[in-house]
Design a protein around this ligand. Sequence first.
Ligand code: ADP
Length: 482
Amino acid sequence: MMKILNISTECYPAAKAGGLGDVVGALPIYLNKLDCEASVIIPKYSTDWMVSKKWKKKSQFELESGNNTYQITIFILNDTSFPYDLYAVDIPTLFDRKSIYLDENGKGYKDEAERNVVFQLSVLTWLCRLKYKFDVLHCHDHMSGLIPFLIDHSQVFSRLKKTPTLFTIHNGQYQGIFNWSKSELLPAYEPSARGLLEWDGKINSLACAIKCSWMVSTVSPSYMKELKENFGSLTSLIRHESSKCIGILNGIDTSVWNPKTDSLLPITFKTEISRFKIDNKKELSSKLNIGSNKVWISFIGRLAYEKGADLLAPAIDQLLTKKREIIFVLLGSGDENVAIALKQLEIKYPKNISVTIAYNEALSHQIYAASDFLMMPSRFEPCGLNQMYAMRYGTIPIVNHTGGLIDTVPDIDFDGNGFDYTPNNVEKLCQVIIRAVSFTKNKEDMEKLRQKIVALDFSWEKSAQEYKNIYQNLIILSNHAS
Ligand code: ADP
């Protein structure tokens, strides 16, 4: 049975800041159903979930990086009901924090380079001390992007040489770029390999991963295509490495996102989708103090430029000056200016907007269940999970034509699943919302579309098989190499 280790900084339900956590949390479950032995290693944070669990010590060692010495402990989750081996790296001072990436002001931690490097060195040091070997190391995003380089070019980790690596880009916007002064955090490496760490005069963890890993994947085929067309200064690199690149669409964990059993919902799905929507809308309308007799259009996500969150306030304002038949239900956290603009709109149109500035897992489930539409004006969307969750709960997506949204939400005019628009600006967003609202007037079409989308299959089975095929090919390659 092949042994796969996922190396990540998020894993639902232990620690999640976005889609990365969902994917790393679910993929091993589905791989193990395909006779793999997949496990996950993440940093040990002080999230409620991680603090509340019992952990068993597996290994303990000292690690030097820069001028500091760290006391590292590797734990394994001591819970037989958990579906796979979950390891956690305890690095006091760097990771014993509640929030995964952001400080109390919502800004990225200043010691990001130290955190990322020490986490990766800890994982590699532990792997070198193990009696057995993992067959493939699956690294996720730039936070584990230096691992393929360190395996190949640092004598310290020579025991791991020839271990195949797959690097998955969940979000190419974040690249782990550091000044060369941070190279002192790394152990000695072959001087001739220095160029592999570099892009545009700095250390670039994502670029380094693209150069050094055995295979590179993105979380949807369209996103891979887009990166090859325009990945900023990395376009030439990804084109150059094209032969080892592939796009695999994320699945969703249909056991967590199941409207029939979801314990976070006040009312679960019985037999009729329209009943399920009406009942959940009623429940949530009294909780949020808004009406239930209008069309609900929601947004759930990070209030970030890449999510097009800055388009929301102007579009909503423009629509509500003319049309009052819509209620906007918004849940998100992030950019403070966007949050303020939305909160001001809530004061201006109290009957037509509900804005919750927070990260709230339960509320997100309730909004997916209660809404008529979910809008995603994303500028980039490597895969996007929200649209798939929405459809599973009978909520019709309204999406900008980009990345994974292209792969999952063809427009209803092309026999698709939702409303698709482009280019992505306030005018077009308003137009597509008006098109969606007028669609609700025909109850029969609305019902048909809801029934169609709840029945779509976005489960992990197919994608997990694609990952397994990649692992198998990598193992064959490594056998030839040794
Ligand atoms: P990204 O990883 O780029 O943020 P994805 O669409 O891949 O976007 O994943 C977003 C995940 O995070 C979804 O599970 C979504 O429901 C969840 N999410 C985002 N913001 C919030 C929030 N404020 N409250 C609850 N869940 C949220």
